[in-house]
Design a protein around this ligand. Structure first.
Ligand code: GLY
Length: 301
C-alpha cells in the first residue's frame, strides 16, 4: 500500500497576514508525518509526529500558542485513535504540557483507559517522563491580548470566534500496511470556562479511525461537533460509498443543517484517497496522497 497523509491547521477566517504561517506549518507537519510513513512507520507514529509538529508551532491553537480560558490558564485536549484495533487515547483539560498528543498516545499505549483529565492527566504525564513546562512557555502575545480584552469587556464571542478563529490541528494517515490512524489536538475555544472540554478528545467527535473505512479529524465549534458526532458521521457517510471529499462535504452540511454548526473536516480513506471540507471562511490544510502522487499545502476558501 502506498501511504497517504492529510493534516489541518484549523477552520476559521485566517487573516491574510497569517496565511503563510498556516500553509508553511501544515506543510511541515504533513512532511514530518509522511517521512515517517516512507520509513515504514505506522500511521499512528505518522499522525503523532504531524500533530506534535503543529503543537510546537506557535501559529496554531494547540500546544504552544494555545488560547487562554476565563481563568487565564491554558487547558489542552488531544486524542489519538488507531483504526486497526479501535483503541484510542486522550487527554482533556491538561495543563503545562507542550505536546498533549504524545501524552494521549501514552494513555493509549500504557493504560487500560481511553481518557485522562485534569490533574490526573498531568500526574500520568509526569510519571511517563513528560516534562512539566511553565504556563508562560505555552503563551503567545496574541492570546494574552485576547485574554486581556476578555477581562476588560467580559464578552465571550464564541460564534465570532469560529467565523473568526478556530485553530485546532489534526492529522489522518494510512500506512504501508493499510492501517489508518488519526490525531487531533487543541487549546479549545478562547475565553472558555475553566474545565470546559470540547469535541477534540472525544472518540467519534474530534477524531475517528477504522481500518474498514478510513480516518477523520474535525475542527470547529466543539459543542456543535459533539452534537452530530462529526468524525464518525463523516466515516459512516464514506462507508455508504461516497468518496472522501463528498463524505466530508455531506458531513459538514449535516453539521450546519442540524445545529447551525461551523467547522471543517479532513479524511483519508482506506484506499489512501484524501478529502476535506469546511463551512468557515477558510481552512488550512496539507496532504500527500501516495497512490496518486498528488501533494498540496494551501488555504481552502
Ligand atoms: N474544536 C475545538 C473545541 O471546540 O474545543
Amino acid at each position: 500500500m502506498k501511504p497517504s497523509i492529510i493534516v489541518h491547521g484549523g477552520a476559521w477566517s485566517i487573516p491574510d497576514d497569517l496565511v503563510d504561517g498556516h500553509v508553511r506549518g501544515c506543510e511541515s507537519a504533513a512532511d514530518a508525518g509522511f517521512k515517517e510513513l516512507l520509513a515504514g512507520a505506522s500511521a499512528m507514529d505518522a499522525v503523532v509526529e504531524a500533530v506534535a509538529t503543529m503543537e510546537d508551532d506557535a501559529t496554531f491553537d494547540a500546544g504552544v500558542g494555545s488560547v487562554l480560558n476565563q481563568s487565564g490558564k491554558v487547558e489542552l485536549d488531544a486524542i489519538v485513535m488507531d483504526g486497526g484495533n479501535l483503541r484510542s487515547g486522550a487527554v482533556a483539560a491538561l495543563q503545562r504540557i507542550r505536546n498533549p498528543v504524545r501524552v494521549a498516545r501514552a494513555v493509549m499505549d500504557c493504560t487500560q483507559y481511553s481518557m485522562l483529565a485534569g490533574e490526573g492527566a498531568l500526574e500520568f504525564a509526569s510519571s511517563k517522563g513528560f516534562e512539566k513546562c511553565a504556563e508562560e512557555d505555552l503563551l503567545v502575545g496574541r492570546e494574552l491580548e485576547d485574554y486581556r480584552e476578555f477581562i476588560r469587556t467580559g464578552v465571550l464571542r464564541t460564534r465570532e470566534h469560529f467565523s473568526g478563529k478556530g485553530d485546532t490541528v489534526g492529522a489522518c494517515a494510512v500506512d504501508v500496511e493499510g492501517h489508518v490512524a488519526c490525531a487531533t489536538s487543541t487549546g479549545g475555544i478562547p475565553r472558555k470556562l475553566a474545565g470546559r472540554v470540547g469535541d477534540s478528545p472525544l472518540v467519534g467527535c474530534g477524531a475517528y479511525a477504522n481500518d474498514e473505512v478510513g480516518a477523520a479529524s474535525a475542527t470547529g465549534w466543539g459543542e456543535q461537533i459533539m452534537a452530530v458526532v462529526l468524525s464518525k458521521t463523516a466515516l459512516d457517510i464514506r462507508s455508504g460509498l461516497q468518496d472522501s471529499c463528498a463524505a466530508c462535504r455531506n458531513a459538514v452540511e449535516h453539521l450546519n443543517k442540524r445545529v447551525g454548526g461551523l467547522g471543517g473536516l479532513i479524511m483519508v480513506d482506506r484506499e489512501g484517497a484524501v478529502g476535506y471540507h469546511h463551512n468557515t471562511p477558510r481552512m488550512a490544510f496539507a496532504f500527500i496522497e501516495g497512490t496518486t502522487g498528488r501533494k498540496a499545502a494551501a488555504i481552502s476558501v
